[in-house]
Unconditional design. Structure first.
Ligand SMILES: NC(=O)c1ccc[n+]([C@@H]2O[C@H](COP(=O)([O-])OP(=O)(O)OC[C@H]3O[C@@H](n4cnc5c(N)ncnc54)[C@H](OP(=O)(O)O)[C@@H]3O)[C@@H](O)[C@H]2O)c1
Length: 263
C-alpha cells in the first residue's frame, strides 16, 4: 500500500533512539522528509546518518529538549524556514522514572507533566497554525498502555500521560474541519533501551535476573513476547499517512494484547 506521504515533512521528537527513531526511519522509508531531535547531539548524528544510509532520504537533526518551550519554538521556526511546512508531527518524549507513591514528591509529578503533557501541548500550539494554513496535518501523540491499564510501579507515567489522552481527543474534535487528524498511540512492552534499563534495575534491586524480568513481562502478554520498535513504527506510519484520513481522536494500543479491557 502506498501511504501517500512522499515529500511530506515529518517532525518526530525524542527520536535519537528507540521508538522515536524507529518511527523516523519508517517515515523516511515512505519518502517523507524527516526532522529528528533529542537532547544529546552524539546519538542524534549517529541516527541521522543511519537513516540516510538506509533510505537515502532527507533527514535533519536538531538538538532540542522538549521540556523547554523556547527550544520547541526555535525548532519549529527552523523547520519552517528550511522546509516551508510541517505536515506530520509525532510528539514523543522520554519516560518519567519508575517508582511508587512513597518514592516521589509533588515536584516529581510536575516534572512528569512537563515532560509528557506540556511538551505535547506546546508542540501542537506551535505546529497547528501551519497545518491549518495548508489544510492538511497528522499529529500522533505518544503515551503508554498505562493510560488504559495503570502499571503499579509507574505512578508518574500513569498520571502524566492520561492528560495527553484528554488533550488529544479534545483537540481532534476542534481541528478535524481543517483536515488535521490527532491520535494517540500506546506502546506496550517494546524492545528498546528503556526496557533494557528497566530489566537491569529489576536485577539490581534483587528481584531476579534479567531473564526473569523478560519471562515475567512476557507472561502478561497474550502474544507471549515483547514487541519490536518496527511493529510499533508501522502503526504510527499508517496513522501519519494519507490512507488514515478518516481516523481521528483514537487511542491505539500496540501491545500484543497486553491491555485486558474492552477499550
Ligand atoms: N519501550 C517501551 O516498552 C515503552 C512502553 C510504553 C511507553 N514507552 C514510552 O515511549 C517513549 C519512548 O520510549 P523508548 O523506549 O523509545 O525510550 P528510549 O529508548 O529511552 O528513547 C528515548 C528517546 O527520547 C529522547 N529524549 C528523552 N527525553 C527527552 C527530552 N526531554 N527532549 C528531547 N528528547 C528526549 C532520548 O534522547 P536524549 O536522552 O539524548 O534526549 C531518546 O532519543 C517514552 O516516553 C517511554 O516511556 C515506552
Amino acid at each position: 500500500m502506498d501511504l501517500g506521504i512522499k515529500d511530506k515533512v515529518a517532525f518526530v521528537t525524542a527520536s535519537s533512539k528507540g521508538l522515536g527513531k524507529a518511527v523516523a526511519l519508517q517515515l523516511s522509508m515512505e519518502g517523507a522528509k524527516i526532522v529528528i531531535c533529542s537532547r544529546s547531539r552524539e546519538n542524534l548524528v549517529k541516527t541521522r546518518n543511519e537513516i540516510i544510509e538506509q533510505t537515502g532520504g532527507i533527514v535533519k537533526d536538531l538538538t532540542v529538549d522538549v521540556t523547554q518551550k523556547q527550544q520547541i519554538i526555535k525548532a519549529v521556526d527552523q523547520i519552517i524556514q528550511e522546509f516551508g511546512a510541517i505536515d506530520i508531527l509525532v510528539c514523543n518524549a522520554g519516560g518519567p522514572p519508575a517508582g511508587m507513591f512513597e518514592d516521589f514528591t509533588p515536584d516529581d509529578y510536575r516534572d512528569a507533566v512537563e515532560l509528557n503533557l506540556m511538551s505535547t501541548i506546546t508542540l501542537c500550539y506551535e505546529v497547528i497554525p501551519f497545518m491549518k494554513k495548508q489544510q492538511w496535518g497528522r499529529i500522533i501523540n505518544f503515551t503508554s498502555v498505562s493510560v488504559k491499564q495503570p502499571i503499579d510501579n509507574l505512578i508518574l507515567s500513569n498520571t502524566s500521560r492520561t492528560g495527553v489522552i484528554g488533550f488529544t481527543k479534545s483537540l481532534s474534535n476542534q481541528v478535524a474541519k481543517h483536515n488535521i487528524t490527532v491520535n494517540a498511540v500506546c506502546p506496550g512492552y517494546t524492545k528498546t533501551e528503556r526496557v533494557e534499563s528497566l530489566a537491569r534495575s529489576f536485577e539490581d534491586s534483587g528481584k531476579g535476573t534479567i531473564k526473569d524480568f523478560y519471562k515475567k513481562v512476557e507472561s502478561t502478554i497474550p502474544m507471549g513476547r515483547i514487541g519490536t520498535p518496527e511493529e510499533f513504527a508501522s502503526a504510527v506510519a499508517f496513522l501519519a499517512s494519507e490512507r488514515a484520513s478518516y481516523i481521528t481522536g483514537i487511542t491505539l494500543q500496540i501491545d500484543g494484547g497486553f491491555v485486558k479491557g474492552l477499550f
